[in-house]
Design a binder for this molecule. Sequence first.
Ligand code: MSP
Length: 648
Amino acid sequence: MKPFFLSTPIYYVNADPHLGHAYTTTVADAMIRFQKLMGKRTFFLTGTDEHGDKIVRAAQHRHTAPQDYVDVISARFQTLWKELGVDFDDFIRTTEARHVSRVQQFLQLVFDRGDIYHGEYGGYYCFGCERFYTEKELKEGLCPDHLQAPEFIKEKNYFFRMSKYLEPLRKHIEANPEFIRPERYRNEVLGLLREDLGDLCISRPKSRLSWGIELPFDRNYVTYVWFDALLNYVTALEWPDGERFRTFWPEAQHLVAKDILKPHAIFWPCMLLSAGLPLYRHLNVHGYWLVQDTKMSKSLGNVVDPLDFARTYGRGAFRYFLLREMQFGHDASVSEDALVNRFNADLANDLGNLFSRVLSMTRKYFDGRVPEPGPIRVEDEEVHVLAAECLENYQELFGRFQFSMALEALWTLVRILNKYVDASQPWALFKQKRQEELGTVMYTLLEGMRKVAVHLWPVMPEESEAMLAQLGEERPAQQWRHLADELLHWGLLEPQTKVAAASNLFPRVELKTPEAAGVPAAAARQGKAEAFPVTSFHTAELLDFEDFQRLDLRVGTVISAQPVQGADKLLHLGIDLGEDQARSIVAGIAQHWSVDALIGRQVVVVANLKPRKLRGVTSQGMVLAVHAPEGLQLLGPSKQVPPGSRVS
Ligand code: MSP
């Protein structure tokens, strides 16, 4: 099986990491874990980009030496990744000797091939981006990213003959539709290649900037920061002759946001072509996280600290949110509201409920052990087939970086399993002593849940492991990870395995800022507060979900109301529940509600109560109400719904 190599950008250390950096790194971590699950040998590279003007200026601003400054900020990135559960294989820093010496080796190689020459250059230079802009690229004379006027600089410099490789690169992109993906970025790059890009200025005179890697063929210059930074992808792999390089470079993939498309899609492949190295396989490009419609960025001062969210809602939930909320390739907005909604809808309601109800039924009906499945009926077979389809979709989409759609596919399975509980009514099978059918249903559910849990490992590793533990998986994650192949097949759950008695995986959350949750953000960052609660797992005895499910609550419309003779508290209501005939329900509301106020009103009805007679009138259900200081209030939907709609 082919190995798998994935890199993130190496981040600038001129400020602390924010949610944008956390997204790219989390995506990379999830993808690496997914490939591991698929049995691949993987290598995950991240790091920090530590040379250049803006780093020097940031250090000066803090009255520290550049090296001391970069040491501190680089360490913050490393700590953050650990805290977010990111498991990288190497963290490269461009100030490390292993990088510096190889960058010089690469420059010499390209120089010796005649692809570097000395010349004069004048252009608009943005110090924020550390690059020259053509007039056409500027927006009303300003840098499009920093919205600041660039400086016109004219000086003697070294140039890389990029123009020589632009046509071969264009051909490569045309011949390999997935080289840059998603397609919108491929098209953008093909558009750029239609312009006259010329050669690339790759040096800065030391008189202007000394914080960089010296050119091996001219000590008066240092390397342009992008030429230095892009090379991290091969220096970390021990180019030219390291074992890592031989193994992983042929399967290299990069992950970046659209802000750094041009250096990755154009400069970097041209550099590789010049050095005679194979091109990477894929450049995967994502959009921006926005805060109220504006790109989140340290220069715009609107950044979100990923730790605030992860500490408040759990890092698994945070990772789930990042992957589910952004359609890879498009921009997405971040807000605490959106996170809480996702958590409650997907994790608390859909997934949490499934685990809670199925585990408690297993306890009740099979003494907490996985039952022996009985014969497979058509409806069970249907679930097996649908589950296989969902998992196949998930795997296919995840492998193509379409995380949001992949998770949607997995949640289709979660919902199918929830519906299967409702449709097969295990509690009724139990009551009717249909043990074999009950065994099949419960086995199918438990096995389906196991598949969901395994597939969630790349996204929420700790929660996935906890779910598997609830399903009786005793092997530590390191072991079953390598048995992934086996875990992906249906029917391997051993009958008689003891499962957890109850589960409360994702208790619903309320919108809360870290302060409101009792975790002041600043204190939490300094490690004073409890770090990262993995979503909690209570085992307290609560109402079984299926007990609640047995209640058939429906919305009905009152179509008639009349007093019951001899009973001044009762009204005889006719309620439309979408059935052939109106339901006859006697309700003790006469002293609070007039007939007129009732007609046309929608109410909630317990529709499966045994009929009983009240003052000679048959009542086929009950209307729900609440005693309030102003009198008895009737429960109903916030908007009109079709009569007979189920309350869930
Ligand atoms: N040092 C260069 C990269 C060199 S790679 C050879 C650099 N650093 S950076 O610190 O500015 O990081 C840019 C990257 O951070 C983006 O490509 C993306 O991965 C991530 N993001 C920064 N802000 C982001 C958003 N608002 N939204 C999404 N990702 C963001 O460029």
